[in-house]
Write a protein that binds this ligand. Structure first.
Ligand SMILES: [Zn+2]
Length: 204
């Protein structure tokens, strides 16, 4: 089995890579309860990207797990989740940012490391030409954001645990953009952000 990438991503760091059609992309939650903010783009055209609303509407479910097909803003399948030992991944909570830290928590949280800045840093380093305009609503792997009966969103303790993983099969060549979340103000990382492992390899 050929391994094309096998990287430990520390908490608070971004990571980018390209997964070719038919290859598998795996994220391992090494220590448990770690949110991994993730976006997918058509590797040949970054203006085609993961679209939360299209994906949710097609599958009739706001959560992602085994069998979920991630659709693009053009309605085309990007990847399929083929294995999931966590069972719950969020589509609604979005990426933390200086602005959301200020609104949700306090003005003095504005300086804290956040996923939106990590995304922007990765795009700037990559030279892909993608910018802040190309940051749609992201997936939060391993993050537990249930909707209350009143329709509210809550950030709850994670359902993940050390070693749990999610594996996706690429259905076209996709560029992956990850921010391993540094958030300290809610339980999405168990108040202790930890590293994750990302792996790209050929399919079975
Ligand atoms: Zn975050």
């Amino acid at each position: 089995m050929s391994i094309f990438a096998d990287t430990i991503v520390p908490a608070g760091e971004p990571w980018m890579g390209v997964v070719r059609a038919g290859q598998r992309f795996t994220i391992v939650d090494l220590e448990g309860n770690q949110a991994v903010d993730t976006l997918f783009y058509n590797a040949a055209d970054g203006h085609e990207h993961y679209c939360a609303t299209t994906t949710i509407r097609a599958q009739g479910n706001i959560y992602l797990t085994t069998g979920s097909v991630l659709l693009s803003n053009r309605g085309r399948p990007l990847l399929r989740i083929v294995e999931d030992t966590c069972g719950r991944h969020d589509t609604l909570g979005g990426a933390c940012s200086a602005e959301s830290n200020t609104v949700r928590y306090a003005l003095d949280k504005r300086h804290m490391h956040n996923c939106r800045d990590s995304f922007l840093l990765a795009l700037a380093r990559d030279g892909s030409g993608l910018t802040r305009r190309d940051l749609p609503s992201n997936i939060n792997f391993f993050m537990n954001v249930p909707v209350t009966p009143e329709g509210g969103l809550t950030f709850e303790n994670g359902l993940s645990a050390p070693g749990r993983h999610v594996e996706l099969e690429a259905l076209m060549d996709v560029r992956v953009l990850v921010s391993n979340c540094p958030q300290l103000n809610n339980p999405c990382n168990a108040y202790n952000p930890t590293p994750v492992r990302v792996v790209i390899r050929n399919g079975e």
